[in-house]
Ligand binder design. Structure first.
Ligand SMILES: [Mn+2]
Length: 362
């Protein structure tokens, strides 16, 4: 049976040939956890260099990871004894290629300059778009992993809800939620948990602070677990005690915008068209200027990846992509509301991967 990794390599090799590239390079040194190292090889360590050409698939790493490489990948291991000899070996492996493709957005300027300096006859070509197009369309095993990450994310929230009440700080709730994610098997959190209560809810990315959650506040909680290398990403806005009519009204608008977007979205639409479904509802309700961010983003190995579900994305959202749907309304000095669920896009529509809730009141 051909593994998913073999399928990805075959596709990559096809792309390399089309672009007259001799090899693909992924340098996972300075930006640990380079998503492509996991995507193409299955390797989860913090240091690796991948070189893939039409025949070979090489992984370079140091002795901390020799055993792990054997367990996780089918790549040929080239050991790095120290950084100096490691660099020499790498330059030696690359020097006979004419054109090498790599993702320019994932390499530091410093390291890139070093490559140019040492390998004057090699042309480096940016293949960010090719890689991102490949990664947008999830394989079955990736969808299963994302589902599992979302499940852990959602269950952790359910398990921590009875801890949420007036009188505790945002950080205390965030810690509880993150603890429950870990308890359910999350390897880490996908991003710093957002708990933004009352007026802080108007900060779309308000990380949990020392603020005490008060009775009568809306609390925006945005959280995600990483499971088996893949991310979940969910936002719930919870009412602690009695909230005002205005807060109910705004919540209802965001909810309607989100439900409608999920009901109408499908593969083949552009990112802008999908974004507009929710945005138009919010504009018509008179809150257009209070929804500053895009409707959603791709979800996978990275918590924010392609495709963007945004007013500026005129490209088509492909079938098999997993995206978030997260409209929000933010009223500075007052409160904020955001509701986020994750969907798999198909030609027939958007399949919900998370479980929607009605307004949760505590
Ligand atoms: Mn998100």
């Amino acid at each position: 049976m051909v593994s998913n990794y073999e399928k990805r390599l075959e596709k990559l090799r096809g792309e390399l040939a089309r672009q007259s590239l001799d090899a693909y390079l992924c340098v996972n040194i300075e930006n640990s956890n380079h998503p492509e190292a996991l995507y193409f090889s299955g390797f989860t360590g913090s240091l690796s260099v991948l070189i893939i050409d039409d025949k070979r698939k090489i992984i370079m790493t140091d002795s901390r990871y020799y055993e792990q490489v054997k367990r996780e990948t089918t790549f040929t291991l080239v050991g790095i004894e120290n950084m100096k000899t490691g660099e020499e070996k790498l330059m030696e492996l690359l020097k006979n290629y004419r054109r090498v493709g790599l993702n320019f957005s994932k390499i530091s300027h410093k390291l890139y300059k070093k490559f140019e300096e040492a390998l004057k006859t090699v042309e480096f070509v940016d293949i960010e778009e090719i890689i991102s197009k490949m990664r947008m369309v999830k394989s079955d095993d990736e969808i299963e992993k994302i589902k599992k990450a979302i499940q852990v994310t959602q269950r952790a929230f359910e398990n921590s809800l009875n801890f949420l009440r007036a009188g505790i700080t945002e950080k205390e709730f965030a810690s509880r939620l993150e603890y429950e994610m870990k308890l359910l098997g999350a390897e880490r959190v996908a991003f710093s948990t957002i708990v933004a209560s009352g007026y802080r809810g108007a900060l779309p990315h308000g990380r949990a602070s020392d603020k005490i959650i008060k009775d009568g506040e809306l609390v925006v909680i945005d959280f995600g677990a990483v499971y088996d290398g893949y991310c979940g990403d969910i936002t719930r806005t919870v009412a602690v005690g009695d909230i005002s009519d205005k807060e109910y009204k705004v919540y209802e608008i965001v909810e309607r915008a989100q439900r409608e977007a999920i009901r109408k979205m499908k593969a083949g639409m552009t990112g802008r068209e999908a974004d507009e479904i929710a945005r138009n509802i919010i504009i018509e309700a008179g809150f257009g200027s209070n929804f500053g961010h895009s409707l959603g983003h791709g979800l996978g190995i990275e918590v924010h990846e392609a495709p963007a579900v945004s007013p500026t994305n005129t490209d088509i959202l492909p079938g098999g992509s997993v995206v978030t749907v997260e409209p929000g309304i933010y009223l500075p000095g007052e409160f904020g509301v955001r509701i986020e669920d994750d969907v798999l896009l198909t030609g027939n529509g958007a399949l919900l991967l998370s479980k929607q809730n009605n307004l949760i009141k505590i």
